[in-house]
Design a protein around this ligand. Structure first.
Ligand code: SF4
Length: 311
């Protein structure tokens, strides 16, 4: 198991060292926009997935190479709160890095109604929980949750998280054309967000290839949502401009690890690895020939996708 990938250039977090602690597509949801394809393990049962000695060894090995890191982000290829004992993971990262980097957890919010899950998140510096719908109907259409998940409980969990967690909360809404970009949904979001009281609301877009073709919302709809939700709302756009310094031990392995958790353009890979595009193209060509990676055109961009992450 590779627990780490990147650091990847993130639109919101700068260079983010990704931490992947659950098996691929173990998730509480099966979102229509998921860039990892269909959920293969739809579950609400938490489990202790991480083997600490390997986790620690991998982290030490990455830190030795001194890459640029702005955040260490627990996210990956499934829902991270399905790992039982997230607090120990966060504590281990903080101890190994001597608290040098802020730790972020990205979650789909489904298990936040559980007191033990919220308690395990308390030592993080930033939590990015998502809320893709403000009405039950839209929630079922977009997130297609496990049958035990209730929309009302997600809202309750988010409100409780805000009351208990002292770090920053950036609530993410993935805006999908024809699903949650209506005025009615925006008004409902406004009411719910007032109760949750996050530090920021980020309107994100499904720009990377997904299992189904999802249309991007019109810009005027995004502006409408932003205006109705209010001054905490911002549209996540543009890519991180800085480039990573070269730190890789095996560029092919780094590309494979990266693409297993998110599709990437050549520009993304250039920024993530610090390697020039001609060299990267050569590596990608080999990976494509070996059928490890394939090309996919999506919203006028060419992406490289891990073949094992296809639907
Ligand atoms: S987008 Fe996130 S929450 Fe939704 S199915 Fe994929 S991994 Fe799960």
């Amino acid at each position: 198991m590779n627990y780490f990938y990147g650091p990847v250039p993130s639109r919101r977090l700068g260079f983010s060292l990704g931490v992947d602690i659950t098996p691929k597509k173990a998730c509480v949801f099966n979102c229509v926009y998921c860039q990892l394809g269909k959920t293969t393990k739809l579950t609400t049962t938490r489990f202790h997935y991480v083997k600490f000695p390997t986790f620690k060894k991998e982290l030490k090995n990455i830190l030795k190479r001194k890459p640029k890191i702005d955040y260490i982000t627990i996210a990956g290829s499934g829902e991270p709160t399905l790992h039982k004992g997230l607090d120990t993971i966060i504590a281990l990262i903080k101890a190994e890095t001597r608290n040098k980097y802020p730790v972020c957890v990205i979650t789909n919010s489904a298990l936040l109604d559980r007191e033990e899950v919220r308690r395990e998140l308390l030592q993080a510096d930033l939590i990015i929980p998502s809320l893709d719908a403000a009405t039950k109907r839209t929630f079922y259409k977009i997130d297609r949750p496990h049958r035990d998940v209730r929309f009302e409980n997600i809202i309750k969990g988010l409100i409780a998280l805000r009351q208990e967690f002292k770090g920053k909360i950036w609530l993410e809404i993935m805006v999908l054309s024809g699903y949650n970009d209506t005025r009615q949904e925006a008004e409902a979001f406004k009411k719910i967000i007032k109760k949750i009281n996050p530090d920021k609301v980020q309107l994100n877009l499904p720009v990377r290839p997904t299992g189904a073709k999802i249309a991007l919302p019109e810009y005027k709809k995004l502006l409408m949502l932003k205006k109705i939700i209010g001054k905490k709302a911002e549209i996540v756009s543009g890519f991180y401009k800085d480039t990573q310094k070269k730190f890789s031990q095996s560029i092919k392995q780094d590309i494979i690890k990266y693409l297993k958790v998110r599709p990437a353009t050549l520009v993304d890979l250039t920024k993530a690895t610090g390697q020039n595009k001609f060299y990267l193209k050569k590596q990608l060509k080999t990976l494509i020939a070996k059928k490890i990676v394939k090309e996919k055109n999506y919203h006028h961009n060419k992406y490289f996708v891990s073949i094992s992450s296809k639907n």
